[in-house]
Ligand binder design. Structure first.
Ligand code: SF4
Length: 368
């Protein structure tokens, strides 16, 4: 089993999250430069009764740094082939479902459908390396996508620096790579086979991506796999580590929660909506200028409530199946179930009703 680097260990702070009282929570809410001690206090049971005050502080900081805007993007699944054995994922190699990858022509059709929805930023996704969907395939798709979209990012397998450099040369601006869980024991249990079993290789992937010249890296924990307080404390330390080492890089943080999937995996540590809201507010209070992302995994009501409060970037009208935009309602099962099925127009109307401006583009291809 790979060991967890000492700088990532949440245990020295977990006790604080258990023992903080109102005095520590109030201090965290007013701290000019909150520390991990403040963060732990905001995750404590005592902070549950301060949810409204946390929301107000988070809103103030979000609006102060990002204005009344929500940046939008859409995921595009290239392939559901995967050699990985992640116990929580509908694309795991032991799930019996049809496997596909987009051909060049099908990718063009999907991109056309997304452009018709006014999408300017896409996240290309694929599973672990397979003969059908390997690095060369992914790199080719990035190049094709970069000819159509100003901003193209990738969520795929962990790579070497040279591979990230090649993606960057093809027009990729960043990656998303969740550690899934920062608990090495749970990590080993969930990642039953495949390259992804290597905890240490994965934890260092964001560093390698920045070293390659990629501009942005999105990180997160898959909430529900392990104790959520420890996961958030480790995620906090991961953000701080990346900020210290790659101060020019753009770091984003996402809050994926385990969703129902084809294999029937159920969360051993469920995170309810009030606690997820508190996690988001705590990250915003401690990382005022870090973009925080919420996907369509979450319900419409929850997303509406978080938009502009702690969250400033959201996916919209997502499909988690290969070819899902052109096909509309999918015959296959996706990687996981999505909960907010609204189309772009409906979602943007909601944002405007909340006095928020949807932003489709804040970056031009000329800057690549
Ligand atoms: S999470 Fe990724 S690597 Fe794991 S089974 Fe799903 S697609 Fe494959």
């Amino acid at each position: 089993m790979s060991s967890r680097p000492a700088w990532l260990d949440p245990r020295p702070y977990a006790a604080l999250a258990g023992s903080a009282g109102t005095r520590e929570v109030t201090a965290a809410l007013t701290a000019a430069q909150p520390t991990i001690t403040d963060f732990a206090a905001l995750l404590s049971p005592a902070a549950a009764s301060h949810l409204e005050a946390m929301a107000q502080r988070a809103r103030e900081l979000t609006r102060g740094h990002f204005g009344n805007t929500i940046q939008l993007y859409a995921p595009l699944y290239l392939s559901n082939y995967c050699t990985g054995g992640c116990s929580y994922c509908g694309f795991s190699s032991d799930r019996h479902q049809p496997r596909h990858k987009l051909t060049v022509e099908q990718l063009a059709t999907e991109m056309k459908a997304l452009r018709a929805m006014h999408i300017e930023e896409i996240l290309l996704l694929t599973g672990e390396r397979t003969p059908e969907a390997d690095f060369d395939y992914l790199n080719r798709c990035v190049a094709d996508a970069a000819a159509v979209f100003p901003k193209v990012t990738v969520e795929a397998f962990g790579m070497r620096v040279e591979e990230y450099s090649a993606l960057e040369a093809s027009g990729c601006t960043g990656i998303t790579l969740y550690q899934e869980t920062y608990d090495p024991t749970v990590y080993e249990q969930c990642h039953r086979w495949g390259e992804k079993r290597d905890f240490a290789f994965r934890i260092a992937a964001p560093d390698r991506a920045f070293e390659s010249g990629l501009r942005s890296v999105g990180i997160g924990a898959l909430l529900g796999l392990a104790d959520p307080v420890s996961e958030c404390l480790a995620l906090y330390q991961h953000v701080r580590h990346l900020q210290r080492r790659h101060w020019k890089g753009g770091i984003t943080v996402s809050f994926p929660r385990l969703r129902p999937e084809a294999g029937g995996f159920r969360s051993p540590h469920p995170v309810d909506e009030p606690f997820l809201a508190r996690i988001i507010f705590a990250f915003r209070i401690c990382f005022a200028d870090v973009p925080l992302v919420l996907s369509t995994r979450e319900s419409a009501g929850f997303r509406d409530g978080m938009a502009g409060i702690g969250i400033n970037k959201m996916s919209v009208a997502s499909r988690t199946t290969v070819g899902g935009y052109e096909a509309g309602e999918a015959a296959d099962k996706g990687q996981f179930e999505i909960d907010d099925n609204r189309d772009v127009t409906t979602f943007c109307s909601m944002l405007r009703a909340h006095h928020l401006e949807p932003v489709f583009k804040n970056w031009d291809a000329v800057f690549r």
